[in-house]
Structure formats: structure tokens, C-alpha cells
Design a protein. Sequence first.
Length: 409
Amino acid sequence: MKRSCCGGRAALLFVCLFCAILFCGCTGTTAGEPVGDPSGIRTITDMRGRTVEIPATIDRVVCIDDGFVEGIMYRFGMQDRVVGLGGEWIKDYNYTFEAKSGGTYEYQNGMNPVRYLVPDLADLPVLVTSGTAINYETLASLEPDVVFLRAGAWAFSAGSDESLEKTIQTIDSLGIPLVVLVGPPYQERPTVDHVGEEIRLVGEVFARQEDSDALASYLEGEIAVIRERTKDIPDSEKPRMMQFGLSPRARQGGGAGMAWGGDTIESYFIEEIANAKNAYEGTGAFVVVSTEQVLALDPDVVVLPTAQGYHPAEELYTAPYYQNLQELSAVRNHRVYALPWTPYNWAKRLEYPIEAMVIAKAAYPDRFADINVGEWTLDFYQQVYGVDEATAKELRSVQWMDWMVEETF
């Protein structure tokens, strides 16, 4: 009797499993695909608190950002679903400057990492070019399943509130699902602490919550490492750092370069992540400063961001137009470091921990002596984009960071 009872249960279990498999097959879903209600629609809430209805399956995507969403989509293996871009960040770049000795430094093929990973992006329609509004006719012709718009990116940098609102209303009127992300420049206080929220929202749109959470957690973890190593440093021991933009435009206007004040994300990287001091105590971004002002600030450490061009340490050390700054403490002590080449990096992209790590080690070389940032960067690319070591080295090169290998930084 016991045997008969167990056999009946087994048969019943088999029938239930068979029916479940048959039912799943009839719905047309497969593992990993987004699943919506019977109408094929899902509902999400974007970072502006807007309720957005999106298709259960998304095949055509327009990204109005600077490569942020495209990088996440590459990680998901969905890069071929991008059909339109929202900015000119997709270019290749070259940069040249002359040294005091008369020699020339040349940097070629600089690019956004996603441009290297997905070269076909360069062939896609660009909906926003310099000085123009979005081409809505082109947008509609692309028939996107969803549009991502990142407030704070180049097309909608800080202060573009009126244009942003008009754009949101216009895209909504076209009946195209629009998901708004809020990057650091549009947050109440410039910070990267909400970039993970952006990543997780993109993951929700593509039903890749687990992968997006892993990516966000990894980036947040790298910043946590920096904060943990520098959290107990007393004010008296904090170096005075300056993000100094060696902009040719600033020089043409009679200045030496550009500075960023305490209300900017550039200062946030110095003070809130690396726990150092911003030598420039003013406010504002892209503030043109004179040679006399920089000499008076006399920072202990200088980091060189992208500012109308790439700027290696050699430029500040050797370019004839910077000979009046050779008495800076950072120059005399050879504590000048280049940040990664990041054109159109208004709202920060997935590589922001690289900037943070360079700044942190530049400030506290002893506390980060066990981290070779050149090697750490290779691991970073492999973790973020799932590439092999050879590709990671190429990514390091296109962001013009091979100096870290040469200097064992």
C-alpha cells in the first residue's frame, strides 16, 4: 500500500511539472527575458518619480547621455539594441603640445571606453549636436521602444532646467516611453552616491536587476575602500590638492587654467572621497584663474582633468607657456598626475572610481602603496565590462593612462 501511494504522488508531480512546462512554453517567454502583464507592458518609476509604461521586450533604445547607459548595456550584452545617441561624445581624439625643449608630445586615438568596445556606435544618428535642440523628427523615425535621458549629461548639463522640462514633455507627447536618470550635476548636492541608483534603474528596465545590482555594488565598494583608508586622517595632515584644468581656452583669455570650487563634484572627489583638502576655496566650476592666483594657492598636489583637451603631467612640467608655474610645490616635488581622458564627462560614467583612485593615491601614496593603479585599472575594466586582459589594456590606453605603467603608479 505504501508503494502504491508513493507511486501516485510521483505521477501527480510529473503531471504538474509537465503542465507547468507546457504553460511556460505557451507564453513565449524564455529565461532572462523581461516578463510583463498579458498586455506586454511593464510599469516602472524613474528617478524623477514619474510612472513610465515600457514594453516587456525592448529591442530599440535611444540614449540621450554621454555613454553611461551604453556602457551598462554592453555589460548586459545588449549594445546592438542602441539605435540613436544624444551627444557628440562618440568621437576619436588626438592631442599635441610642445615641450620647452622643442620636442612634441602626441596623444592619439583617445576615446570613451564604450566607443572602443562598440565601434559601430559611431555610425548611429546623433540627436543633439553642439548648440542645437533634440531632432525630434529623427527621434520619431527611429521608433525606439524606450528613450533614456540622463539629466546632468552634456545635452542637459546643470542649468538646463527649462530645456529639460520641454524635452520631457515633447518626448512624452510623441508617445515614446521616456526613462529619466538624474546624474550628479542635477542632484541636490553633487555626489556619486546615487550613481548606483541609476544603474539599478537601467537594470530594472531590461529586467537585469541581479547583474545591475552587482555592478553598482562593485563600483560602490571601490569607493568604500578609498574612504576606509583615508577616514581617520586629521586635518593637519591632509594635503592641499587642486584639480587644475590646463585649458587652452583659459590661456587664450589670459588665465593659466581652470579651477573648481567647493560646490562642485570635482571638489567632492578630493574632499569627500579622498579626504584631502581642495586648495581652491572659492565656488563654481571652470573658474579661470591667473598664474598669480595659482602660485598663491600653491597646492601640494595637482591633478589634471580633461579640460578642452587631455593634459599629462609633462605639459605642466615642460610646456613653455607654464614656465611661470615651475615654482609650485606640486611641480617641484613632482606631484602632478593626469586623470583619465574623459571627454563629455559632465555627469560621470562607469569609470568614475578610476578618477577617485588616482586622486586618492596622489594624495596619500603611502596609504595606497600596495595598490598599483595601473594593474588595478585592468582588473576594474574586466570586472565592469567582462573583457579579457588584452582588451582591458587597450581600454587603459584609449583613456591615455599608460603613464601609470611607466611610472609604476
